[in-house]
Ligand binder design. Structure first.
Ligand code: ATP
Ligand code: MG
Length: 173
């Protein structure tokens, strides 16, 4: 078996989560086992519906769960911290059962101070050798970059939101 890789999608532009979902599609097409954990987010989205449906159709092959309560301001609550920790603990319990773990928005949880980057670093280092990890979210701490194999920074050249176009169902959520 090949060594598992660590991928990070970060930066201010759109596409971090959607690119992760593209990797999920690719992995499932090869019958890999995929767990997708969303930090921060609480919203029912197109991807959460899709992943929940896949998890029902393919129990044991697809797992989806989220641990968040939506927008986190400058003063995160105790609940915000607890949920972020729960997300990481969930990842720790799942990591030997899946080929690919996606920790969506985990970078945001770290940059907001909900999770210590060192705790995520330990998780990355201690994972079984063949497990692939994909971390998303803007503001990835610099300390994680040396642990990754592939790091992509999405560039925000232009976004419809700034032209007054609200988030679109099916495109943005
Ligand atoms: P997506 O989920 O669309 O791939 P993302 O994961 O790269 O986006 P996030 O920071 O998680 O970006 O943002 C989630 C939401 O904010 C999505 O609805 C996304 O379209 C929107 N968004 C992403 N980048 C921007 C931006 N630069 N300006 C405004 N809205 C953005
Ligand atoms: Mg995202």
């Amino acid at each position: 078996m090949d060594r598992g890789l660590v991928l990070i999608n970060t930066g201010p532009g759109k596409g971090k989560t959607t690119a992760a979902l593209g990797v999920v599609a690719r992995a499932l097409g090869h019958d890999l086992k995929v767990a997708f954990i969303q930090f921060i987010k609480s919203q029912d989205t197109g991807e959460s519906r899709f992943l929940e449906e896949m998890a029902t159709l393919k129990p044991g092959q697809v797992y989806y769960s989220r641990r968040g309560q939506g927008f986190v301001g400058r003063n995160p609550s105790q609940t915000d911290r607890e949920l972020a920790l729960e997300g990481l603990e969930l990842a720790i319990t799942l990591v030997d059962k899946y080929d690919l773990l996606v920790l969506d928005e985990v970078n945001v949880a770290m940059s907001l101070g909900l999770l210590e980057p060192s705790a995520v670093a330990e998780f990355i280092k201690n994972r079984p050798g063949t497990v692939n990890l994909l971390l998303t979210g803007r503001g990835c701490p610099d300390s994680l970059i040396p642990l990754a194999d592939t790091v992509t920074e999405m560039l925000d050249v232009k976004h419809a939101f700034r032209a007054g176009i609200p988030a679109r169902k099916g495109l943005d959520y």
